[in-house]
Write a new protein. Structure first.
Length: 403
């Protein structure tokens, strides 16, 4: 009856025999034939028999096995860990590469994955022939042919056969370009397509160039449209970078006007005051006129404004006065009175200016005054004159500071 289907062998009927039993040919033949059948159904350790079903290991492992040498053997854990089945040996060639796969592989199958050390750097489209099965294109990003340098000498290259070609899946150590153009930047590239690409020329200002090869230490760079950039030197100690209405210049935080010698004329004018000015200081030095009309200060935007002034002036000689045609800065309205002092106009908001100041007369009397005026636009001029507009200056000088 051989094995019972669960692996257990039971002796045939008539066994076991009892003491004193006569051994018959029937009993002996039946027993020995049954044992022979059971042995035939067992696996011979010398490999003479072939299993006819799955062999469950019951949680046990095959130990002491040899490395696989043909594709019909199972590999050892060592071979798997060492990538013996996917690592190609003896790679050679540049664009037409050959290599050897283990176990005598004789056909390409979709999904096969291999890797190898690149024998050289490719110079263009490339192929791979494994075990002389046949050359297949190596592509990237699907079916795109390789460009020069996609495979770098000594790099680990990994490919997968997709049924038609080997697709490159490992990154390239070196990437080169087939062509390069600097466009209209002003730079001209060398014609090299591998290695270093040299740019010569001067980068155009419109593309971020400076238009010069050096910059003096501590200078400030200024843009100048599409022309060469400008540079502003630090200038005098204490200077600041400020606008002159067109560009940036290094200058004093407070700008001095040009002094007017008041020995003649009916007015002293200061024009072209920048619209960004927020404060103006007016300075008198021994200024006098040939008449008794009060001296006033007027502001303007495009032209001098002669109305809308509010203010009050008080001195130690006469009672206080208020004039609407200008700010009364008079210390003494008498002819020949010598006036010295200063007053300050400050921009309040919009185009409204406020003023306050102190003036002396011949060093004997003093005047204090204050007021305000709203202009029609941004201030750009200042005038010192008299109320009647006909009295003439005959001594002294006037100047302004603005910031």
């Amino acid at each position: 009856m051989a094995r019972n289907g669960t692996g257990t062998y039971n002796l045939p009927a008539g066994n076991p025999v009892v003491t004193g039993s006569t051994i018959s040919s029937t009993w002996a033949n039946n027993t020995l034939n049954d044992m022979a059948t059971a042995l035939t159904g067992s696996i011979a350790k010398d490999g003479q028999t072939t299993p006819t079903g799955n062999l469950p290991m019951g949680g046990y492992a095959h130990t002491g096995v040899a490395d696989a040498t043909v594709r019909t053997m199972y590999g050892t854990a060592g071979q798997i860990q060492d990538s013996a089945f996917t690592y190609l040996t003896s790679p050679s060639g540049t664009d037409t590469m050959t290599a050897t796969a283990a176990l005598g592989m004789s056909a390409y199958v979709t999904g096969q994955r291999f890797f190898f050390l690149a024998p050289s750097t490719n110079t263009g489209a490339s192929t791979l022939n494994i075990n002389a099965i046949g050359a297949k294109a190596i592509t990237k990003n699907g079916t795109t042919a390789l460009a020069a340098g996609d495979i770098a000498s000594g790099a680990v290259i990994q490919v997968v056969y997709d049924g038609t070609q080997f697709q490159l899946v490992s990154p390239s150590a070196v990437t080169t370009v087939a062509s390069f153009s600097a466009g209209t930047t002003g730079l001209t590239p060398s014609t090299a397509t591998t290695g270093a690409v040299t740019l010569a020329g001067t980068l155009a200002v419109a593309n971020g160039g400076t238009g010069s090869t050096s910059l003096t230490a501590n200078n400030v760079i200024l843009g100048n449209g599409t022309s060469a950039v400008q540079a502003v030197a630090p200038g005098t100690s204490g200077n600041v970078l400020k606008s002159n209405g067109t560009t940036w210049v290094s200058g004093s935080a407070i700008t001095s006007g040009t002094a007017v010698i008041t020995t003649s004329g009916t007015s002293a004018d200061f024009t072209s005051i920048p619209s960004t000015v927020k404060r103006i200081t007016v300075m008198f030095s021994q200024v006098s006129t040939n008449g008794s009309s009060p001296v006033i200060a007027q502001l303007g935007s495009g032209s001098i404004q002669t109305t809308g002034y509010f203010g009050f002036s008080q001195n130690g000689v006469t009672s206080g006065t208020s004039i609407t045609s200008g700010i009364n800065v008079n210390a003494n309205p008498d002819a020949g009175s010598s006036r010295s002092g200063n007053f300050v106009f400050t921009l309040l908001s919009g185009n409204t200016w406020v003023v306050s100041g102190v003036m002396s007369d011949n060093g004997a009397n003093g005047t204090v005054f204050a007021g305000n005026v709203t202009l029609s636009g941004a201030l750009d001029r200042l005038r010192i004159t008299t109320v009647n507009g006909t009295d003439a200056f005959d001594a002294g000088s006037i100047n302004i500071l603005y910031e």
